[in-house]
Write a protein that binds this ligand. Sequence first.
Ligand SMILES: *Cc1c(COP(=O)(O)O)cnc(C)c1O
Length: 378
Amino acid sequence: MYQPFTPPPRRLMGPGPTMVHPRVLAASARPTIGHLDPAFAGLMDETKALLQHAFRTGNALTMPVSAPGSAGMEMCFVNLVEPGDKVIVCVNGVFGGRMKENVERSGGVAVVVEDPWGAPVDPAKVAEALDRHPDTKVVAFVHAETSTGALSDARAITDLAHRQGALVIVDAVTSLAGVPLLVDEWQLDAVYSGSQKCLSCMPGLSPVTFGAAALEKIRSRGSRVQSWFLDLSLVMGYWDSAGGRSYHHTAPVNAIYALHEALVMLHEEGLENAWQRHRDCHERLVKGLQDLGLEMLVEESARLPQLNAVRIPEGVDDAGLRRELLAKHDLEIGAGLGELSGKIWRIGLMGEAARPENVDYCLAALKSVLGNQLTAAA
Ligand SMILES: *Cc1c(COP(=O)(O)O)cnc(C)c1O
């Protein structure tokens, strides 16, 4: 007979999903109610207010998309890029590459600004591209590149784009709640995130927020958004109380209970305190890694606290070490992606993972497994 599935007791310290607090898990297990129930409408309003708080924005159009971060990404591109639109896409890792793919699939013309993997986006290169392409409609970049652990200067890039009348699309999947992300102060036009990174909720939802200029661009579109599910003007009819909360799709009711609880916990802690906790744990981790003789990929000034890319030392079996961490220590860390595959590990300190006891556990496990490998090799 089939048995109920019992997951092993993992410590998730990779690039997401991260560990989920029991309060959030418990919230998701509460009885399902209708997605048009007035009680659920109240929860939607509160979730929206809590998301506005986390994004530091007053944008009315702030909500979770009913699908993972990649859907938030796609929502931004299909609504803001019309066929023929020129879009500058900054690529310094895997997710910038996906943005380029989204521009092209939306019928846009991508102008790529490249930086080495592990480096932040260079605003000087963005300025140069804007000079060469004054007809640019959108500049797209990843705030926190999870594939490399580099943090880019969202404000500087946005200022350059706005000076030339272009909008920005910002990937904040890993930055939200882990490092400062000030949507209104930096005047970010369209921003998407994910539930399973520093918000420490389960995967499956993508918080998004759109400012006035982005809405204006959507309203003035000459062509229909090619995706029915992600067409903001239709989704708004459900998420916006002014839109009458008409049926668009069945919201993942229990997932929203969980997101709400995760956001309540973030609110209780205080956003600044959460940023500081991620930074403190990062410093503790980096010091411990240095004591083990390990090196970081990213230069200190651009390091993401919540995603630590560590160079794999010569002679160490990457996959073997990660297998052993999982089998003997129930610890998951991330592998390198793309051109960094086999070259780095990615240690996530996202949300609930960013606790000193997890940092110490990870360092002790790494020390033990690295020791075994080096003894075996000798
Ligand atoms: C995780 C991640 C995504 C994709 O999110 P999914 O929930 O996996 O679809 C996009 N961008 C960045 C920077 C990410 O870290």
